[in-house]
Design a protein around this ligand. Structure first.
Ligand code: ADP
Length: 517
């Protein structure tokens, strides 16, 4: 049957049957008129022609309708093979009969019987093709099912792997616990390394609802925050359990539609941190208190010292008036030392009073034009400037947020120091300003005697004067006042200096909000 299969695969099974049907129909039409010598009467010939025509029409109709049946196109050849096989079998039988016995009507037998066999064969072929189609469909479904099953297995494996990853993450959560809870507040994944400090075992919480795990006030706090999270709000709160403080943070987990399907809750054991914070707060409070006490002490001490000092000065003046003439040269020298000492002490007490009042007696901050402050200070220092022949230049200075009186004091101290420590040459001083984000850096640059790098920090301490060996008179409190003023303005002050080359004192002040310059 191989040649037949080959031919059919070229022509196509359906077309072959269609062709055969058409051939039978044509034959049925021309048969009665064919000029073959006929032993039978014309009526019989007509019946034969009808039989062949019927066969042709049946084959034609079946093959025409094939695509509308459930039979798949690749099995149309099967139908055709059955059809032509039946014809072949019938023809073989007829040949055998014709050889063994005599066929009394070979023309009619060879015409009708193979035709009828073709119909029978096509019918059987249709059944066979239908069966094959069903087998094919079943196999295909089976394959699809197997593929779906493989995909499912892969998805399950992936899910297991990702759950395992979450579990590992949860189990290694340090110093606390982490849990996933479904929308009924049941723990679906629990882990963490902070459970040892309390009597919880992570595995025991697994599958438990929040009401089964906690009780009393703790349950109330935790449940209410979890419910808030289920409503879509993250929360954070603290709970004390068995003497340990836990900080809880919760986050809603949402699906693609934005609906909350679970919540993530993390808790951290913050007991030590809390204790540390409390200690720190206590320390800061103690420090503030002691600072305040020191300020009060400095204020009271300097204030109370003024009275006895006034007495000393008054009696010194009295002595000078009454007994001034009676003093010999040495006595006058001693007397001058005493007056000098009293004068120095007065300056120191004034400085100390000023220093102790910076925090407590300061004014509210407001926008201050440093150009105006600079001009005012130069005016106040006019005599000193003229006497020393100082040349003071400045860039355009900005407006800053601050206490105008204190800023005037700051400029005055720095400029008078720059004049005082200028050395032999007439002082040359330049003031600059540079913006740095939200603040200004102002610098007072001189070309004076400079400061040794070892002493550059110490000069900002109270009573730390460096050059007080006779050449320069000072109280050692001016820069300490400057530092306090700058600190009150939340800024910093520092010095860069080369001995013999000069010093640059820089400080930062807050820019006026939104000024940009
Ligand atoms: P004082 O009353 O002694 O000037 P300050 O606190 O104003 O006190 O200054 C502390 C010390 O810092 C001064 O004694 C001086 O040695 C040093 N100093 C301050 N300003 C300058 C400067 N512009 N150049 C060099 N040394 C300075």
């Amino acid at each position: 049957m191989k040649p037949l299969t080959g031919i059919l695969s070229i022509i196509g099974g359906r077309r072959a049957i269609l062709g055969l049907g058409s051939a039978y129909i044509i034959l049925s039409v021309i048969w009665p008129f064919a000029s073959i010598p006929r032993p039978t009467p014309l009526e019989e010939e007509l019946i034969i022609s009808v039989l062949i025509g019927g066969t042709g029409i049946t084959l034609f109709y079946w093959s025409y309708r094939l695509p509308q049946t459930e039979i798949r196109p690749e099995f149309f050849d099967t139908v055709a093979i059955w059809c032509f096989r039946a014809i072949g079998v019938m023809v073989s039988i007829l040949v055998v009969i014709a050889l063994v016995a005599e066929l009394n009507d070979p023309a009619h037998n060879f015409l009708i019987l193979p035709a009828l066999a073709a119909v029978a064969g096509t019918g059987a072929g249709r059944h066979d093709a239908r069966a094959k189609t069903r087998t094919f469909t079943l196999k295909q479904r089976n394959r699809e099912l197997q593929e779906t099953q493989a995909e499912l297995e892969e998805t399950v494996a992936r899910l297991e792997e990702s759950e395992q990853r979450y579990r590992t993450l949860a189990e290694n959560f340090p110093n606390g616990g982490v849990a996933l809870l479904d929308d009924e507040l049941r723990h679906t994944i629990v882990g963490g390394q902070g459970f040892e400090s309390v009597d919880f075992v992570a595995a025991d919480l697994q599958g438990e609802e929040v009401q089964e795990v906690y009780s009393g006030e703790i349950l109330e706090t935790i449940e209410s925050h979890y419910r808030t999270t289920l409503a879509g709000e993250p929360t954070s709160f603290e709970v004390t359990m068995q003497g340990r403080v836990f900080e809880f943070r919760t986050h809603p987990l949402t699906d693609d539609d934005g609906d909350v399907y679970a919540i993530l809750a993390m808790s951290q054991d913050i007991t030590e941190r809390k204790q540390y914070e409390e200690k720190l707060e206590q320390l800061v409070a103690d420090l503030e208190e002691s600072n305040e006490r020191l300020e009060q002490f400095a204020y009271a001490a300097s204030h109370d010292l003024q009275e006895p000092l006034r007495m000393v000065s008054t009696y010194l003046q009295l002595i000078e008036r009454r007994y001034g003439d009676e003093l010999d040269e040495e006595g006058e020298e001693f007397f001058e030392y005493a007056v000098d000492g009293a004068e120095r002490m007065r300056s120191m007490i004034d400085g100390l009073l000023q220093y102790s009042r910076i925090e407590t007696m300061g004014n509210e901050f407001e926008p201050v034009d440093l150009d105006v402050v600079f001009d005012d200070v130069c005016e106040d220092l006019r005599v000193t400037i003229e006497e020393s022949g100082a040349e003071i230049t400045t860039d355009r200075l900005p407006r800053v947020e601050g206490d105008e009186n204190q800023l005037r004091q700051l400029f005055q101290n720095l400029l008078s120091n720059a004049i005082k420590y200028s050395g032999e040459e007439p002082p040359k001083i330049h003031v600059t300003a540079e913006q740095n984000g939200e603040e200004w850096i102002v610098s007072v640059i001189d070309q004076g005697i400079g400061i040794d790098s070892d002493n550059q920090e110490q000069i900002f301490e109270v009573f730390e004067g460096l050059h007080g060996d006779g050449d320069y008179v000072g109280t050692g409190i001016g820069l300490a006042v400057c530092e306090r003023i700058v600190e009150r303005h939340e800024g910093e002050i520092w010095v860069e200096s080369e001995p013999g080359e000069g010093s640059t004192f820089s400080f930062t002040l807050p820019a006026v909000a939104g000024s940009g310059a």
